[in-house]
Design a protein around this ligand. Sequence first.
Ligand SMILES: *Cc1c(COP(=O)(O)O)cnc(C)c1O
Ligand code: SF4
Length: 457
Amino acid sequence: MTAIAHKKPPVTDDVLDYRNLKEGEFWRHVPAYKDVDEATFMDHLWQQKNSVKTPEELLETIKGVCSPEFFADVAEGFAKAPMAVRVSPYAISLIDWNDPINDPIRRQFVPVASSLLPDHPRLTLDSLHEQDDSPVPGLVHRYVDKALFLPLNVCPVYCRFCTRSYAIGPDTENVDKVSLAKTPAQWQDAFAYIAERPELEDIVISGGDTYQLPPKNIELIGNALLDIPHVRRMRFATKGPAIMPMKIITDTKWLDAITQVVDRGRKLGKDVVLHTHFNAPEEITGITQRAMRMLFERGIFVRNQSVLIRGVNDTPERMTLLVKRLGMMNVHAYYVYMHDMVKGVEELRTTIQTATDIEKFVRGSTAGFNTPTFVCDAPGGGGKRDVHSYEYYDRANGIAVYAAPSVKPGKAFLYFDPIDRLAPDAQARWAVREIQDQMIHEALRNAGVGDQALVTA
Ligand SMILES: *Cc1c(COP(=O)(O)O)cnc(C)c1O
Ligand code: SF4
């Protein structure tokens, strides 16, 4: 046989690096988990029971690893945060405690005061205005044929950047939460509304988080929606696989409940899938791979929605690594969201320009169906917009103008880049209220719309 003439040089190891997942008992480097065996660490109840919710619990867990200054920083961060804190042992064990400030998992879940930046002057708490599109508690009907059902307000972890910090988690020192419908009796109103709207074909069950629904309620919700003839598609949304993948492996009743709804849906010709939320490539370990394999074997399709977060996945290399790892687990990378304009997490946001640059790099690196669409959920209730589809983008002042003709015709929506990412002269302009108004007026004019089209965020 003659040697094959390769046209490409052999790949270097770094190209295949995404296949190297953390294996073994990696949690034992955390002082509190050094004697925890595999069976215990894999137990979802142990994970829930040992989740960290206070600075004192964190101190107890990583005693001896971090400096007293870091703890003071964390304690102050907790006090200032709009979200409650809850971090699973799995996530704690993935943090590099030798450099917690820069760690991508720490940045998402554990607030530290020294990193905080002032909010953008145009930020609000419910930046997506979900309350305005909510006909009954716990249901958001914004788009024509799909709705968002929020049956609970608890999650297995709390993300600092949560877009629903207005409702999710217990009250904090800074925020009294809006209450969602949280009991099966209260859910009946949402089911009745959906049944009365024949255009609704697609229901996203989010919250809160499907991980926290007991199996009987997964079946209750799933079957109630499957029973509505015009509902054709459902997605159960959960952060769980990213921060507590062992639940899929060890909470058999929960997985069986999801499987029951998926299987019944399939027999009815209806599409029931899982949507999850991986942000950092480090969240994907050997445990995740086993968990996702179980879902795949059961025919449960999984899509991923990430948030573009500064210091977590905001470079072409980090995002590509994440996308390749998701593909390896048969998870379709569906969306990457611009970080919503929520309070108290300005150091996690980045610019529209960064998103478009990363998108350009990621596209072409793997299968098209594994390539996420980068979207901006337009503040003020415009819904998701392809980041590139702005009517106008003032890069210097960090103002993007979007339109959403099929959601809110005739309206204009603004996304603002974080101010610390702008040049000093632009930062100075944002310090003056009248100049802010002028810059916004200019941007709207350049987008070809008048000031009256603006939905104020
Ligand atoms: C994101 C979202 C949906 C689902 O939108 P897709 O683009 O189909 O994923 C539905 N309703 C609301 C309110 C949403 O925010
Ligand atoms: S899991 Fe989702 S709903 Fe819960 S805190 Fe995180 S982003 Fe918010």
